[in-house]
Design a protein around this ligand. Sequence first.
Ligand SMILES: [Mn+2]
Length: 366
Amino acid sequence: MNITRKQLTEVLAEIPVGACVLISGHTRADGDSIGSVLALTRAFELRGIQAIPLLADNATPPAPYLWMAGCEKFTRPEELLPESAQSESPSNFAADVFIALDTPDFGRLNKAGELLRQSNKSIIIDHHPPLKESYADLRYTQVEAAATGELIWALLGEMNWQRDEAIATACYVSTLSDTGSFQFSNTSKETFAYTSEMIEAGAQPAKIAQQLYGQKPLAALHLEGRILSRAKLLNGGAVVHSYLSDADLQELGVPVDYTENLIDLIRCVQDTDVALFITQSSKGPRLSLRSDGKFDVSAVAQRFGGGGHKPAAGITWPDKTATKEQILDELLPHLPQGEEGAEMASCQKDWKLVSLPVTEDDTLEI
Ligand SMILES: [Mn+2]
């Protein structure tokens, strides 16, 4: 059942001290998934309510987020599920409330979905366009929110719940991550108003940016170099494309922790409408799509069983054995087409730019 914002605040306010609350994000946790879960977990803790932050996968949080307060409390679903040998809980772990954040899709809860099914009440709080079927008892969606963390920050304020430095930092991480450092089309004046409040409450922008984006192993840069060198224009210059495979990670020794948002490396190519990134892993191909917001990549993603927002979407490719070439053959007809010859023209433009003489004045400006 879809609920209003007012109904959501009433439901959250009624959760009593002593209740067991599970809070989960989605599989392949990103900044918004981690930030929004940690923020809401902390908000419950400050009210004296036991809340457990869950990862959807049986994994550890990616390394760039491990510095965040409360990250050590992240629990893997297998620690609570009955078949686990490590579990000390009764065979059916039934939380009073399960809150799923940042995903409209039950499949993206991965292993945590089992715990949602066993819970007494389930709630979705999200900013993705909702799917037709809701997987929880109650669902609140606000698609205008730049990040689920931004939405949580606003909600806590409206409910007069305490918002401390840890919550402010977690919500800032969410917002920074989902807006591509305030560059994407979801960045609004509300985004800056809320992040301003977060900074007021103790979030430190430079420190957070340094932790998230300024602490990579050298091998991660070599991987980025490989991705950049593979970038290609397709569909008459309207689509920029690159890829990576498990073999690249192994060969260069890059942990999977440093593979978030690699598509951002190529989306800056001039005169392109869509960026397409393909990751070939042992689990099958995964695609990321980005646009400047004019072309709806989520509609294309949905055709192939994926989803997302208008400017940012993803697909786990249905045929796990498909090659990159087969995927491109199927997908490209659904993406924007540029003019004949634009790929060549773009290369020539690049060449002209490179050949501009550097004057002394230019050097001084740098
Ligand atoms: Mn999000």
